[in-house]
Write a protein that binds this ligand. Structure first.
Ligand code: PGA
Length: 246
């Protein structure tokens, strides 16, 4: 495994100018003194991207957004285009997070369109997939993930090789009930197999869902887990730093 580990924070709809500044300064200081094994990215709400650009430029921390429009510009009130994200120095964007799918009705077709828009703009889309608790109980995990990734896997290899996949079982998000390393590994191996069939075995596959300072090392020890997408624990500098160092 020569791939660099990737640890991404998803701040969701949290933060303020003051609290972000404090968190980012602690992260910069912490990463500067420790020898992190990981590439570190934070994904903030859109209004704070300018602040991230100002504070994080020329540091080891990269930044991204949590959503984007599939359009580059036009009469789309309230939307934020991939070119605007680029303008503020984003290199990353989450696409199809389960909260967007469940609360804002994003479909697999929307996720495909947003993934393509991100790639066209030179951003790295982090495509989020994962089953609900009832789907898991019904033994449908692989079928759900195949459905969610199917159209994206049809992208040409040069594009597909530039995505990151985040496996986030919905039942593990914000619940404190992480998948076990073995459960996550089994799904990651399945996703890795799908990617390999499309000749993009090097795509990073992150795990997300109640990752914390206590379980990160065991998750990262699994052969097909290339890093983490971290929600709640990314808002606490000490926790996020120890995940990055795990
Ligand atoms: P959590 O969220 O770490 O708070 O479970 C993960 C996510 O939603 O990306």
């Amino acid at each position: 495994m020569t791939k660099q580990r990737l640890v991404m924070g998803n701040w969701k709809m949290h933060g303020s100018l003051a609290s972000n500044q404090q968190l980012l300064e602690q992260l910069i200081a912490g990463l500067g003194s420790a020898h992190s094994h990981s590439d570190v990215v934070v994904c903030a709400p859109h209004p704070y991207l300018a602040q991230l650009q100002q504070i994080l430029t020329n540091t080891a921390i990269q930044w991204g957004a949590q959503n984007l429009s599939e359009h580059t510009q036009g009469a789309f009130t309230g939307e934020v285009s991939p070119l605007m994200l680029k303008d503020f120095g984003c290199q990353w964007v989450l696409v199809g997070h389960s909260e967007r799918r469940a609360l804002y009705g994003e479909t697999d077709a929307d996720v495909l369109a947003k993934t393509v828009a991100a790639l066209d703009a030179g951003l790295t889309p982090v495509v989020c997939v994962g089953e609900t608790e009832s789907e898991q109980a019904a033994g449908q995990t692989q079928a759900v993930i195949l459905q969610q990734l199917q159209s994206i896997l049809k992208l040409e290899t040069a594009l597909l090789s530039r995505i990151v996949v985040a496996y986030e079982p919905v039942w593990a998000i914000g619940t404190g009930k992480s998948a076990t390393p073995e459960q996550a590994q089994a799904v990651h191996a399945y996703i890795r197999g799908l990617l390999a069939r499309h000749h993009v075995a090097a795509v990073q596959v992150l795990y997300g869902g109640s990752v914390n300072a206590g379980n990160a090392a065991d998750l990262f020890a699994m052969p097909d887990i290339d890093g983490a997408l971290v929600g709640g624990a990314s808002l606490k500098a000490a926790d996020f730093l120890s995940i990055a160092a795990a």
